[in-house]
Design a protein. Structure first.
Ligand code: FAD
Ligand code: SF4
Length: 341
């Protein structure tokens, strides 16, 4: 199956004294516990701006884990706090990342269409980079569409030449060399998996004769809440760390109030009858925008869906342990607005 992570990211304007254009900071593991994997990043850009973020693999098993709160906690690390403490947050966003790589690529050509970029899952997870691979797949697709048009092919054909040219390209080689990166972390954990990946990527350059797989979908990895103590995240200080509502405000997300809810439940009873008793309804925590809230109704607890807050990250569709949430495209132009992210 495809595997995913949630990436949460903020843009900050920082004190020029601590701004070092071009500096890249990558980290792995912390602040996550050993039963979850992920990595953090900080990029110093132009105009005293830095981008800071946390990627949390969505195969985590503790239903009390909150990627949003882990990210807020992360910014208090001295490495990040040193840069951010005199700065100002200017934007917030979140997005799921399709990171299954080569092992999870679907058929990319079908009658009348081609899948490219992250719609197919071309991101190189070892580098957490998907822009160059998305562009390459788009270029290969465009070349094959142009070839079919100039050969005056009938519409609705399956352009299998695209799949062939993909296989012959550096893109296939790059994804092949990083195919074990995610499965190794999933199988062996951050420490051992990280050590394995270091050896495979640096000593063997990804050229090993075996392929590791993780055949369990991310949602199926969640364990019952009874197996874990509840997590007590620190309260945000309003300087480095923030709450979900002020963060959603910074994503500029907007949906028409009178539109149908774009987060559909296949069975409206499941959040209260299954997810709440078994997993303490994890949607309250994995959603980085506070869309899902358990509120006390006239007849006991109810799930309230604040659909207007949604930042379109798609995590709920991926991580709901009952696979009961279906994210559908909302009305035209609704959603977050990330002008400079
Ligand atoms: C937090 C985070 C950090 C990342 N950091 C890096 C990095 O440093 N370097 C790197 O190379 N990659 C990075 N990536 C990955 C990179 O962003 C993606 O791999 C890349 O953007 C994929 O490009 P794409 O064109 O396939 O998809 P996208 O960039 O997702 O583009 C798809 C577009 O389609 C639009 N769209 C979707 N549905 C509809 C619809 N129904 N109608 C009209 N439009 C629609 C979307 O709004 C979007 O603009 C990061 C990802 C995340 C989440
Ligand atoms: S409702 Fe779903 S798609 Fe929207 S922000 Fe929350 S987790 Fe992401």
């Amino acid at each position: 199956p495809q595997h995913y992570a949630i990436g949460i990211k903020e843009l900050w304007e920082v004190d020029p004294a601590v701004h070092e254009p071009g500096v890249v900071v990558h980290g792995s593991g912390w602040p996550l516990d050993s039963d979850a994997s992920g990595g953090c990043f900080m990029y110093h850009g132009e105009d005293n701006q830095v981008v800071v973020g946390l990627i949390v693999d969505l195969n985590y098993s503790n239903p009390y884990l909150s990627p949003f709160d882990e990210f807020q906690r992360m910014k208090h690390h001295p490495q990040f706090a040193r840069v951010l403490s005199q700065g100002k947050r200017i934007s917030y966003g979140a997005r799921a990342i399709a990171k299954g790589g080569l092992n999870a690529l679907p058929e990319m050509a079908f009658p009348g269409g081609l899948l490219i970029g992250c719609d197919a899952g071309t991101l190189n997870f070892a580098k957490i980079k998907g822009t160059h691979t998305a562009m390459k797949s788009g270029m290969l697709a465009a070349e094959n569409v142009a070839k079919a048009l100039s050969a005056e092919q009938e519409p609705g054909q399956t352009l299998t030449d695209y799949t062939e040219s993909f296989k012959q390209s550096w893109l296939q080689q790059e994804l092949h060399a990083s195919r074990n990166f995610g499965p190794a972390l999933h199988k062996f954990g951050t420490l051992l998996g990280g050590a394995y990946n270091w050896l495979e990527q640096n000593l063997f350059k990804g050229h090993v004769p075996w392929t590791l797989h993780d055949r369990t979908p991310d949602y199926a990895q969640l364990k019952p809440a009874s197996e874990y103590p509840a997590k007590d995240y620190p309260k945000p200080d309003g300087k480095l760390s923030f709450d979900k509502s002020s963060s959603v405000y910074m994503s500029n997300t907007n949906h028409e109030e009178d539109q149908p809810v774009h987060l559909r439940l296949k069975d409206p009873a499941i959040p209260i009858t299954v997810n709440l008793p078994r997993y303490d309804e994890p949607a309250q925590r994995y959603c980085p925008a506070g869309v899902y809230e358990i509120v006390e109704g006239n007849n006991g607890p109810e799930l309230q869906i604040n659909a207007q807050n949604c930042v379109h990250c798609k995590t709920c569709d991926i991580k709901d342990p009952s696979q009961n949430i279906c994210w559908v495209v909302p009305e035209g132009a609704g959603g977050p607005n990330y002008p400079n992210m």
